[in-house]
Design a protein around this ligand. Structure first.
Ligand code: ASP
Length: 293
């Protein structure tokens, strides 16, 4: 089994992953030694702090060894294709391969070429399934259940694999999703609201980074302009429910899509809880794929 997208998971598998992740999140001893002697290859062709380190930490907590491909120093720089790299790594017999790549569908391509489970750790603008799972776990921990909750996803939706995976997952858990962003950063295939409409009355607001590295043209915004027009300020957050929570997948661009005072809001900013849950979710994923394939 692979984890390539939210769509590839059944409802039962989603429930099991969230249940196991919740257990890993509260008990640091849970899962100890479960994957002793196993190896997980971490192959990140795009920058990562949270996802790369939390997969390594998840593997370590399960007793597996995470081995990192240093893409910068690899034969990728000598012109080796993704397919040849995948076959090469697969021939070494890892127990799982975690891949982040700028090309949509990269994880599917690799999964077809190797014998071990492949986890999509973000493919271009397509999907980032473990991020959506950790976001749902974070919201479930806070609210008890997602049933009847409204989540506003706001920002650069067009380039966001996080938004795509969340739009696929949250409604399956009973939540209503509203998406909103600057007009030039909305995709054609999603119905969007204005930012204020999306935030009004929401239980949770998930802000997204402006992904300038995926843009062909400059946004052309003056310093501070994005925050006042589209970012999450205290004033804009006041449109949501009084106790609404704030999420962000990171990395944050403080003062662009999110104001410091909101990012650091005591009790209502769940951003570091998301990071912590990232380890638990990735443990659950490795357990499902490697320990019980
Ligand atoms: N870290 C997330 C991702 O890799 C979100 C972001 O980069 O803005 O998709």
């Amino acid at each position: 089994m692979h984890l390539l997208s939210i769509h590839s998971l059944s409802d039962d598998q989603i429930d099991e992953l969230l249940r196991r992740a919740a257990a890993f999140a509260i008990d640091r001893e849970a899962g100890r030694g479960l994957l002793a002697g196993r190896t997980v290859f971490n192959c990140f062709y795009e920058n990562s702090t949270r996802t790369a380190m939390s997969f390594a930490q998840a593997a370590a907590r399960l007793g597996a060894q995470a081995i990192t491909l240093s893409v910068e120093h690899s034969s990728v720089k000598k012109g080796e294709t993704l397919a040849d790299t995948a076959r090469t790594l697969g021939a070494m017999g890892p127990d799982a391969l975690v891949l982040r790549h700028r090309q949509n569908g990269a994880a599917d391509e690799v999964a077809a070429l190797v014998d071990c489970p492949v986890v999509n750790a973000g493919d271009g603008t397509n999907e980032h399934p473990t991020q959506a799972l950790l976001d749902s776990l974070t919201l479930q921990q806070h609210f008890g259940s997602l049933d009847g909750r409204t989540v506003a996803i706001v920002g650069d939706i067009r380039h966001s694999r996080v938004a795509r995976s969340n739009v696929a997952l949250l409604p399956r858990l009973g939540a209503t999703v509203r998406v909103a962003g600057p007009p030039s950063l909305l995709p054609e295939d999603m119905t969007a609201l204005s930012i204020d409409e999306a935030i009004t009355g929401a239980d949770a607001v998930m802000m997204l980074r402006v992904q300038r590295e995926r843009m062909d043209e400059e946004l052309g915004d003056a310093p501070g302009e994005y925050l006042s027009s589209y970012g999450l300020t205290r004033e804009r957050l006041a449109l949501a429910k009084p106790d609404a929570v704030v999420l962000h997948p990171g990395p944050m661009n403080r003062g662009v899509e999110i104001a410091d005072e909101v990012a650091d809001l005591a009790d209502r900013s769940l951003i570091l809880r998301q990071v912590a849950n990232g380890v638990a979710v990735r443990m659950a994923v490795l357990e499902m794929l490697v320990a019980r394939p």
